[in-house]
Design a protein around this ligand. Structure first.
Ligand SMILES: [Fe+2]
Length: 336
């Protein structure tokens, strides 16, 4: 489905910051990182002393003022340490590009990915997609204009951990895991507070609908940027299992529709992926390297990976600083 061309980019070497003498050079490293994030929305901390998830925040907190919990997130992540999560995607799956938590009314401004263990075998590359370039190209097309005019709707279905009838083969994140609570009241309070449309179904199945614009204004680029990625569509589950493939889009853990409730055709899903083909870059990082991205300027994803017995790929994810998406502005569209 997604066949990135992986054009070359030197951003992975150009935006690398040596953190060998972290304590001594902390101020300099912070300044350099802030400058790179402002200019291009991307930097890499290399030569860190990070060996385990509990050390990640020491570096990430140089950039972010406050932690951002994964509360309300749609991926089935495990917590590795305070504010540190795993990637929440099985190794055999292709995780197409996305903006972290764009389906939520509030999302993280920055995201970090730290390599704790690498399979060192050329699989499982982390992907970064240039959201500015993709937005410019999309707006020139019929699909891009359709999205501009109709907007989008995120649909989510979260089963209950207590529902023993829900088939294991198509289980994804439960609402208890997603909202980090067993209390329906707390979930409702969170959803009401953030103006989300929700309902409870059979066996406490939680359904959520979030209507949004397909492009949102971003002050750093002073432009309207695409505000979702291909992985928000139910086709994301096609690489999960045959059981998922048999399941209608509406019955999968999440999907995406146009704002008038019409579905993406197969051709439109393919077209959407194609926009990302030319502007996605693969990155293999060394153990102890941390990538920090601006969540609006770069979308991210991951290719499937294989591991030899006794080896693994262990990436720690952290989110930071709240960002409330802004409505698109009439005078901030790229030419189309
Ligand atoms: Fe993600």
């Amino acid at each position: 489905m997604w066949n990135p061309l992986f054009n070359n980019t030197d951003i992975f070497t150009r935006n690398k910051i040596d953190c060998a003498n972290f304590e001594k050079n902390k101020d300099k490293i912070k300044k350099q990182a802030e400058q790179l994030l402002n200019e291009s929305g991307f930097c890499i901390f290399s030569n860190t002393d990070i060996k385990e998830s509990s050390q990640v925040m020491k570096y990430f907190s140089l950039i972010v003022k406050e932690n951002f919990s994964y509360e309300g997130g749609s991926f089935a992540r495990k917590k590795l340490a305070d504010n540190v999560y795993d990637t929440g995607c099985p190794n055999y799956c292709l995780l197409a590009p996305h903006i972290e938590m764009s389906y939520n009314p509030v999302m993280p401004k920055y995201l970090s990915l730290t390599c704790l263990e690498s399979p060192h075998n050329g699989t499982g590359a982390t992907m970064f997609s240039d959201n500015v370039s993709i937005t410019k190209k999309m707006l020139k097309t019929k699909l891009g204009q359709k999205l501009k005019n109709l907007g989008i709707r995120h649909y989510r279905r979260l089963h209950s951990d207590m529902d023993k009838t829900y088939p294991d083969a198509v289980k994804y994140s439960s609402w208890q895991v997603s909202y980090e609570t067993n209390s329906k009241e707390k979930v409702e309070e969170y959803l009401r507070k953030s103006n989300q449309i929700f309902s409870w179904g059979k066996n406490d199945m939680l359904s959520i609908i979030n209507p949004q614009e397909a492009y949102m204004y971003y002050e750093k680029t002073d432009s309207n940027l695409l505000f979702f990625g291909p992985s928000n569509h139910a086709s994301m589950f096609d690489s999960y299992s045959v059981d998922f493939q048999k399941l209608d889009d509406d019955l999968r853990a999440f999907t995406l529709k146009f704002g008038d409730d019409s579905e993406f055709t197969n051709d439109e899903v393919l077209e959407l992926h194609k926009f990302f083909d030319e502007d996605s870059y693969q990155c293999f990082y060394e153990e102890g390297e941390m990538m920090i991205i601006d969540n609006m300027m770069w979308q991210h994803g991951r290719l499937p990976f294989a591991v030899a017995p006794g080896k693994t790929r262990n990436i720690a994810v952290t989110l930071g600083d709240k960002y409330f998406p802004d409505k698109s502005r009439d005078d901030k569209w790229y030419p189309h």
